[in-house]
Design a protein around this ligand. Structure first.
Ligand code: NZQ
Ligand code: ZN
Length: 384
């Protein structure tokens, strides 16, 4: 196991009736920028509930609305301007990963003397940020409890992740009931995203990180069990609660610290989103089995064998054979979740494979199995 420093400063208020904890925002001042997406929180009534608590606590609210899925740098810039114009002291995101990611970079951008895109390209430039708070409405990214934010500049076909201790949320409210209204499509995409975060951590060559691997398997089993239930029964609290907590734990360092390895399916997917603005989790579901087929070999089979036995309950002595069947189980799970299986289904053809693969190869240096640009092109082709 590698050395690590584990620090999660985010306070989580999990469960029903937790919104009153927004009173804690008073610790950061009184002027808050409320960041949200295209209107789901207004339709669900959450917006009114949030505003009620904020005004009852004497907060002055400025709004940044309309944050796009795959949040754009233009929204971040708008948010930074609002911060400067209104003397904003903290940022509160209410929504999914896109709203939270946007809020994080707005919070850093408000404390940075330059264009916020600099902070996306170079995380070391994030030296300070306004305090970030979140109310989560979609189980997927783990942004509510991690240090990352992913922002796109679609005019340049660029989508990059940045990260800093300074943008970890101070406090997040996680009420599984808020996810009852998430569409079947986003429920599936979110589950695939959590699964991919866990798999990116699981497929590590670091020796001796036994505990991390077993915790990954627990998260994976939770997703395989509860994903289909949430799809069938959107208001099943138990399913939504398990998915929600799995989403936070998958990427907050618990599964990766001590076993760190570069991620590779995410860089490949971020290129798809950058060029085609597709839903992140759907891209991951398409690429993951194809990457697994590429990665399974005599040296890596041990981990695929563990995956098959411990997550899907497969039996057999031969790791390669169990590994192959585990990949089929992964495909079958995504199919059960009604996720797309090919790039063609989400409108992607070979046009940009070369340039996407070149960028993705740079982003995945040091991953579980080395990936050259040509390897990534072959994975994209297998996904067609
Ligand atoms: O915009 P609104 O109207 O709120 O609707 C959203 C959006 O259309 C809707 N939605 C969210 N909560 C809902 C709901 N609809 C009904 N009821 C609710 N309770 O769902 C749609 C998708 O929302 P979005 O926030 O875009 O989804 P997600 O949470 O999957 O976030 C995706 C973004 O996060 C990035 C992705 O790349 C993508 O840009 N990621 C962020 C990470 C991080 N910060 O650590 C890591 C991830 O790997 C990922 O890259
Ligand atoms: Zn992801």
């Amino acid at each position: 196991m590698n050395n690590f420093t584990y620090s999660i400063p985010t306070t989580i208020h999990f469960g029903t009736d937790q919104l009153s904890h927004l009173s804690e925002l008073k610790n950061s001042g009184s002027k808050v920028l409320l960041v949200y997406g295209g209107g789901s929180i207004k339709r669900s009534g959450l917006y009114d509930d949030v505003m009620k608590v904020l005004t009852e606590n004497g907060m002055q609210v400025t709004e940044l609305s309309g944050v796009e899925p795959n949040p754009r740098i233009e929204s971040v810039r708008r948010g930074v301007e609002l911060c400067h114009a209104n003397g904003i002291e903290m940022v509160l995101a209410v929504g999914g990963g896109s709203s939270i990611d946007c809020a994080k970079v707005v919070a850093a951008g408000a404390c940075y003397d330059g264009d916020a895109w600099d902070l996306v390209l170079d995380r070391s430039k994030i030296q300070r940020a306004l305090p970030v708070y979140a109310v989560l409405t979609l189980s997927a990214t783990g942004s509510e409890m991690d240090e990352f934010a992913v922002i796109s500049d679609l005019q340049k076909n660029e989508k990059w992740g940045t990260g800093s201790q300074h943008i970890k949320p101070v406090m997040s409210v996680l009420n599984p009931e808020y996810t009852f209204t998430v569409s079947p499509r986003q429920t599936s995409a979110g589950t695939a995203d959590i699964m991919s975060h866990t798999l990116e951590n699981y497929f590590t060559p670091v020796k001796g990180a036994y505990l991390q691997a077993r915790m990954c398997e627990a998260v994976l089993k939770t997703l395989v069990h509860y994903g289909p239930i949430a799809l069938r029964e959107p208001d099943n609290y138990e399913a939504r609660a398990n998915l929600m907590w799995a989403g936070s734990l998958a990427i907050n360092g618990l599964l990766s610290d001590g076993a760190d390895v570069s991620w590779c399916v995410h860089p490949m997917e971020h290129e798809l989103s950058a060029f085609y603005d597709i839903t992140h989790g759907e891209g991951l579901a398409i690429l993951t089995p194809c990457w697994m087929e590429f990665a399974l070999n005599a040296e890596t089979a041990w981990r695929f064998g563990e995956y098959g036995r411990n997550v899907f309950g497969l039996t057999g002595e031969d790791d390669m054979e169990v590994g192959r069947r585990a990949i089929e189980c992964t495909r079958a799970f995504f199919k059960e979740m009604k996720l797309p299986a090919t790039l063609g289904e989400v409108g992607i053809d070979e046009t940009h494979f070369e340039v996407m693969a070149e960028k993705a190869a740079k982003g995945s240096v040091g991953s579980f199995v080395p990936l050259s640009k040509d390897d990534i092109v072959s994975i994209y082709k297998a996904a067609l």
